[in-house]
Design a protein around this ligand. Structure first.
Ligand code: ZN
Length: 225
């Protein structure tokens, strides 16, 4: 393990946040080990490595810095299962490994940080230096959506028959001979508030607040007049 690189990546990750955290270190270590297991030099300069992270959070910044896989480069995907875990795919061969911290990683970290008192600090020190085999469980896996399906093809475009919006990357749905976006096909992540379809909101005080399921934390605040 290249400790200089580990320290550099951790410092870069911490600079994006208020401070360094154990999870950021796990993200860095996981990205480096994922590349190593697949024989891909990381942080990569090309696009051979494709990463699927199983939650969001600051640890994904560590993962991004260690691998150079990112949302913008289209080689980092979030499949939000609420886990600190990731699958690393060699997009040329399909070979894939899934890494997750061992369930006893916290306890093991203490063995590498015996002079540290608190849990937080002993995890920070331990996670930096403990061997990969003590920090991670590794599984050989096959991803169910292929990298080529995740990436689709350049120029792929469809127009939704319902809302008229353009859908890229072949994310449209065909139903009864018509093409729809997923939202209009009933598989969206939001619902329109009553009256929204015809309105164009140009000022924040014109936008109605939701009242039902899915309303945000500010839901009980007084509505603007
Ligand atoms: Zn639509």
């Amino acid at each position: 393990m290249d400790m200089v690189l580990v320290e550099e990546l951790i410092a870069a990750c911490a600079s994006l946040h208020r401070r360094v955290s154990p999870r950021q270190i796990i993200g860095v270590r996981m990205g480096l080990h994922g590349g190593e297991l697949l024989g891909i030099e990381v942080p990569q300069s090309g696009k051979r490595l494709f990463t699927v992270a199983e939650s969001d959070g600051s640890w994904v910044d560590g993962l991004t810095l260690a691998t150079n896989c990112s949302i913008g480069h289209r080689n980092l995907r979030i499949e939000d299962l609420g886990k600190i875990a990731a699958t690393f795919v060699n997009s040329h061969t399909g070979k894939s490994v899934r890494l997750a911290p061992r369930t006893d990683a916290r306890e093991r970290a203490r063995l590498y940080a015996q002079t540290e008192k608190g849990n937080w600090q002993s995890q920070i020190v331990g996670y930096k230096s403990m061997p990969d085999g003590e920090l991670f469980d590794v599984q050989a896996v096959e991803i169910l959506t292929s990298v080529s399906a995740y990436l689709s093809r350049p120029g792929a475009k469809a127009i939704c028959a319902e809302c008229g919006e353009e859908v890229i990357n072949e994310r449209e749905v065909c139903r009864d001979g018509q093409v729809y976006c997923r939202t209009c096909a009933g598989a969206g992540y939001y619902r329109l508030l009553p009256g929204s379809a015809d309105d164009r909101f140009r000022h924040s005080d014109q936008i109605p607040a939701p009242t039902g399921r899915g309303a945000g934390r500010g839901n009980n605040r007084r509505q603007p007049k």
